[in-house]
Design a protein around this ligand. Structure first.
Ligand code: WQD
Length: 339
């Protein structure tokens, strides 16, 4: 059976993607994770939701020897979906070298592995943060990239360039780079969701933790040049992101790609401000969310949201969930965590 390796498969987007792969495809799935920002319990949640099994290997992709010893013996690998990376904007501002080492070294090692094993297909987890403060909105895949606003965003810009040159050097290697906007929410069953090991930095898990008294929300800045003074983002349900990976894999395996490097925005195309996101949560939860207004956060872009027509037409992908669905699923997950 053809194998698909999913790096970061115990993580937030990785675990939701394995769920969709198990339910919608017939590949043998192997998750690779070092649990630096996740836990093996994610695998139990995937099995509970899908009632299917899959393999997992614990290793750090920055360790070339670990890759050789644990992965080189694998045969019939049809593709790799590469999620494993650190992804916090503020944490990357605090410790840039940690981010450059982890996110770039792991990618380099993985591409060397692809070269050794002649792996034909590769899907790369990129980010809308590569656009920086774009001159025009919504951003298309052709929108020129501005200077990265954080080391995290820069690791994604560099990662995309590494893959671009690797594809030029290896015409038989096919890559899709997916620029996620803001993945949020949880599996609609309420049985899987975001489970960061350390305190979350992202808005939605802080909202739901604040709602149960485990955190306190500070809104970072209310003086931005936007319609209501708050930063605007394109929040997209994690299962819509996961579905796009299944479709991107099919696109490559069925050789629908016209060139060996493809790039897609994964967003809803709808910009939502921080205050509008809070209002959505209050609507679906029936709660009044306490928060304070603080100063701007270093590394934040003012506004970014997607033109997603390319992914819709070429990957046959269509986001299914709106901001209320995202908040509803995130809240259901948080309540299950408290149960
Ligand atoms: C969103 C907005 C904050 C926390 C994320 C991921 C990154 C990438 C893009 C995938 C900003 C504000 C937040 C808080 C706040 N995803 N906020 N108070 O920074 O846009 O980036 O999505 O690759 O990996 O980090 O998301 O949720 O941190 O912030 O006011 O306590 O919410 O200022 O305007 P961000 P975020």
């Amino acid at each position: 059976m053809k194998k698909i390796l999913v790096t970061g498969g115990a993580g937030y987007i990785g675990s939701h993607t394995i769920i969709e792969l198990l339910l919608k495809s017939t590949y043998e799935i192997i998750s690779i994770d070092n649990f630096s920002n996740s836990a093996p319990a994610a695998y139990d949640r995937i099995r509970q939701i899908t009632n299917q099994n899959f393999r997992s290997i614990q290793l750090n992709l920055c360790d070339q020897n670990a890759i050789s010893q644990n992965l080189d013996a694998l045969e019939n690998i049809e593709g790799i979906i590469h999620f494993a990376a650190f992804k916090s904007v503020p944490d990357s501002v605090k410790d840039p070298i940690l981010y450059y080492h982890n996110n770039i070294e792991s990618l380099n090692n993985l591409l060397k592995f692809c070269e050794r094993k002649n792996i034909p297909n590769f899907i790369f987890s990129s980010s809308c943060s590569v656009y920086g403060n774009a001159d025009q909105l919504p951003v298309t895949e052709q929108t020129p990239l501005k200077k990265a606003e954080s080391p995290y965003a820069h690791t994604k810009q560099v990662g995309e360039e590494i893959i671009e040159f690797f594809c030029q050097a290896h015409p038989q290697f096919n890559a899709v780079m997916l620029r996620y906007f803001n993945p949020v929410g949880a599996h609609m069953s309420g049985l899987n969701g975001e489970m960061p090991i350390s305190k979350p930095n992202n808005l939605v898990p802080i909202i739901t933790q604040t709602a149960v008294g485990k955190n306190s929300l500070t809104v970072f800045g209310n003086d931005y040049p936007t319609r209501d003074g708050y930063c605007i983002r394109d929040y997209i349900h994690v299962t819509d992101i996961a579905d796009a990976h299944v479709k991107a894999l099919d696109y490559l395996v069925q050789k629908k790609n016209k060139t060996n490097l493809s790039l897609y925005n994964l967003g809803t195309g709808i910009g939502v401000s921080v205050m509008e996101a809070i209002a959505s949560f209050e609507k679906v939860s029936g709660l009044k969310l306490p928060y304070t207004i603080g100063v701007r956060r270093a590394g934040d872009v003012i506004a970014v949201y997607a033109d997603n027509t390319k992914a819709k037409s070429e990957l046959n992908w269509l986001p299914q969930y709106n901001i209320d669905d995202m908040m509803q699923s995130a809240w259901k997950w948080q309540q299950n965590l408290e149960a």
